[in-house]
Design a protein around this ligand. Structure first.
Ligand SMILES: *[C@@H]1O[C@H](CO)[C@@H](O)[C@H](O)[C@H]1NC(C)=O
Ligand SMILES: *[C@@H]1O[C@H](CO)[C@@H](O)[C@H](O)[C@H]1NC(C)=O
Ligand SMILES: *[C@@H]1O[C@H](CO)[C@@H](O)[C@H](O)[C@H]1NC(C)=O
Ligand SMILES: *[C@@H]1O[C@H](CO)[C@@H](O)[C@H](O)[C@H]1NC(C)=O
Ligand SMILES: *[C@@H]1O[C@H](CO)[C@@H](O)[C@H](O)[C@H]1NC(C)=O
Ligand SMILES: *[C@@H]1O[C@H](CO)[C@@H](O)[C@H](O)[C@H]1NC(C)=O
Ligand SMILES: *[C@@H]1O[C@H](CO)[C@@H](O)[C@H](O)[C@H]1NC(C)=O
Ligand SMILES: *[C@@H]1O[C@H](CO)[C@@H](O)[C@H](O)[C@H]1NC(C)=O
Ligand SMILES: *[C@@H]1O[C@H](CO)[C@@H](O)[C@H](O)[C@H]1NC(C)=O
Ligand SMILES: *[C@@H]1O[C@H](CO)[C@@H](O)[C@H](O)[C@H]1NC(C)=O
Ligand SMILES: *[C@@H]1O[C@H](CO)[C@@H](O)[C@H](O)[C@H]1NC(C)=O
Ligand SMILES: *[C@@H]1O[C@H](CO)[C@@H](O)[C@H](O)[C@H]1NC(C)=O
Length: 543
């Protein structure tokens, strides 16, 4: 400890000596206008920057900026253009004025930098070894990606003994100060300028870089790593749209649906693939105040995802299982035309149905049951996913629906000498809620969990017990007034087995439902059809 502190102090002493040496050696070069600076600059390598200023109308603005402008050389623009797949640096100038302006703004920080800036930054607390070892100053740039709360920074590290060894770093590149200028930081009007060897740009070079650098996406990064999907996202050629769940979203889907995206599992991989769509939609501009729907093809089985935009930054992403809100903005990967976009969502997209109602509502085998739920109008809410404020609010209660098929209702009706169209009368409209609730079991039960002796609990305040017995390989449920046997298809999953639908061959009748004696005609009010059928039968007998 003592040794490292002594080391630190000698470093500080060296820095101070260097600072004095620097101050003594530096030539001064203060200019009133950018044109004055250019005229004095000993070289011809700032033509692209100059032309970019001209194109964007910023030429006369430079000298009035009370901050620092980092000027990339022509060679820097040339290598940048090549990295984008453009023919040469002049092709950069053909991009839209906004794109060029944004690119320039990223090279401007509102703070005046000189060789001592990082030194004084360190000077805040030199006894803290961690701070002292960093040797940089993090500078906010003028540019902030649209819709993002994240501020973009340049890290400037100066080397006082050898100023050409100083660096300026962005997420894209590490540049050095170009030795062609007489002094590294030159006053131009109210601004300070420094020529640098690389274009900083404002986007990330890969999806993995972008995710790593965003503190809202730590759990997503972990999930991708745990599932062996991380290294592939460093591929700079990858063109994807990511509907990326923020950390809170990764936690919510575990709380709500017991889906752990962090686990190394098939389910997690499905989730992590589903959130990725091929390419980007260049016509979508989520910051614009427009209404539009955009569709995306997920790399997960080419399923469709839809982004429904209803205003500026007002976007819902509709997946098979959820509606998620675009929150916290969009991160650009590659540029100036983005190669990938990461939209940060406050709930994950889910590639499977997340509620029982979606599964049964259009199934022709359950049309009678569905009809009863619709008629009753209240109990079906337990089975539906809810959308509040444009976003799915998953009902956190997992149920198993013991669903009588249409055949089960036919058998039920027949037992009481009536027909399916008369089922509501048979049950009694006022008992319909009790009847339906008796089929909604709290908890998720697949056939492995439905073993003899298990007591199931039905939904609602006045919940009932339903006993499980077995008969051979069959699973039998015992309601208060009827028994039912599970029939195929078994174990229809909601959200990977968070909830289930099981099919039964007869309804589970609770004690609240008053039924006529089985087989006794007329106990339930017969429908017109039944009356007519009876008349026809009587006529046949008479003839
Ligand atoms: C250049 O500007 C700096 C800071 O404004 C000032 O201290 C210095 O005297 C100026 N040098 C000349 C030659 O004007
Ligand atoms: C300009 O650069 C040349 C070398 O290319 C050098 O000889 C000359 O002294 C420089 N002039 C100034 C004013 O720095
Ligand atoms: C300054 O840059 C120009 C290229 O624009 C180069 O020809 C010249 O040699 C450089 N001068 C010094 C001193 O580095
Ligand atoms: C800016 O470009 C225009 C042509 O578009 C040209 O007339 C003008 O001289 C340029 N100005 C500078 C400072 O390069
Ligand atoms: C520099 O700043 C001063 C004070 O804010 C202002 O009066 C002056 O016009 C500025 N100079 C330029 C070139 O913008
Ligand atoms: C840059 O590339 C464009 C398109 O390929 C070409 O027309 C132009 O001549 C090139 N300019 C230079 C300076 O090489
Ligand atoms: C400076 O850093 C040291 C070591 O981390 C710490 O003990 C001390 O409280 C710090 N001082 C201030 C003013 O933050
Ligand atoms: C500063 O530059 C000198 C000379 O290039 C080098 O020896 C030294 O390691 C550099 N210091 C830091 C902290 O990078
Ligand atoms: C700047 O430095 C901080 C602290 O070391 C680091 O977290 C950040 O990633 C750096 N940013 C860049 C662009 O290098
Ligand atoms: C995930 O689990 C499989 C075995 O189930 C294992 O082979 C693989 O290495 C694991 N991947 C990671 C990234 O841990
Ligand atoms: C987007 O899709 C929804 C649901 O299909 C529809 O109601 C809405 O009108 C569509 N909006 C636009 C702008 O097409
Ligand atoms: C999925 O979509 C991609 C890109 O549109 C296409 O290349 C691929 O053939 C499709 N795969 C299937 C199974 O349809």
């Amino acid at each position: 400890m003592a040794r490292s502190l002594r080391g630190l102090f000698s470093t500080v002493a060296a820095l101070l000596v260097g600072l004095v040496a620097y101050g003594a050696d530096a030539q001064s070069g203060n200019f009133t206008t950018f044109a004055d600076f250019l005229a004095a600059y000993n070289g011809t390598d700032l033509t692209i920057f100059t032309a970019a200023l001209n194109k964007t109308g910023l030429t006369n603005t430079i000298a009035s900026i009370g901050g620092t402008v980092f000027i990339p050389t022509d060679a820097a623009f040339a290598s940048f253009a090549t990295s984008l797949g453009l023919a040469n640096a002049t092709a950069l100038l053909d991009l839209s004025q906004d794109v060029v302006a944004a690119l320039l703004k990223f090279h401007v920080t509102p703070r005046k930098v000189d060789m001592t800036t990082p030194f004084f930054f360190l000077g805040l607390n030199l006894t803290d070894a961690a701070t002292a070892s960093e040797m940089f100053s993090e500078l906010k740039t003028l540019y902030t990606p649209a819709g993002s709360e994240k501020t973009v920074y340049l890290n400037v590290t100066t080397n006082i003994t050898d100023w050409k060894a100083s660096t300026v770093k962005s997420v894209r590149a590490a540049a050095s100060l170009v030795g062609n200028v007489t002094v590294p930081f030159t006053a131009v009007g109210n601004a300070t300028v420094a020529v640098i060897s690389q274009v900083m740009a404002w986007w990330y070079s890969s999806i993995a870089d972008a995710i790593s650098d965003n503190s809202r996406l730590d759990l997503l990064a972990l999930s991708l790593k745990n599932n062996g999907m991380w290294s592939g996202l460093y591929d700079e050629k990858l063109s994807r749209t990511l509907f990326a769940p923020a950390d809170g979203a990764v936690q919510s889907v575990q709380t709500d649906l017991t889906i752990d995206m962090r686990a190394n599992s098939t389910v997690a991989k499905d989730m992590l693939n589903y959130m990725q769509a091929y390419g980007i939609n260049t016509s979508a501009n989520f910051s614009a105040d427009t209404r539009a729907n955009y569709t995306y093809t997920s790399i997960f089985a080419n399923q469709t995802l839809t982004a429904a935009q209803t205003g500026a930054n007002n976007v819902s992403v509709i997946s098979k299982g959820t509606v998620a809100r675009l929150a916290y903005g969009t991160i650009q990967v590659g540029g100036p035309t983005p190669r990938s976009l990461i939209h940060i969502l406050s709930y994950p997209v889910v590639p499977t149905v997340t509620n029982i109602w979606t599964l049964i509502k259009d199934d022709p085998n359950f049309s009678v049951l569905v009809g009863l739920f619709v008629r009753e109008g209240k109990e079906l809410e337990r089975l539906q996913g809810r959308v509040v404020d444009g976003q799915t609010s998953v009902n956190p209660q997992a149920y198993t629906l013991m669903a009588p098929s249409n055949a089960a209702f036919a058998k039920f009706a027949n037992t009481y000498n009536t027909v399916v169209s008369n089922i509501t009368n048979l049950i009694g409209a006022s008992s319909l809620g009790f009847f339906l609730r008796n089929h909604i079991i709290v908890g998720s039960y697949n056939t492995n969990n439905l073993t003899a002796g298990v007591q199931l609990t039905t939904a609602g305040l006045s919940s009932k017990k339903v006993g499980v017995t077995t008969s051979g390989s069959s699973i039998v449920l015992e309601g208060a007034k009827s028994t039912a046997t599970l029939v195929a298809p078994f174990n229809t999953e909601v959200a990977y087995g968070w909830a289930y639908v099981q099919v039964i061959d007869f309804p589970l009748v609770p004690e609240e439902v008053i039924l006529p004696t089985p087989g006794s005609a007329g106990a339930a009010l017969p429908s017109v059809v039944v009356l007519l059928a009876g008349l026809v039968a009587a006529l046949v007998v008479m003839i």
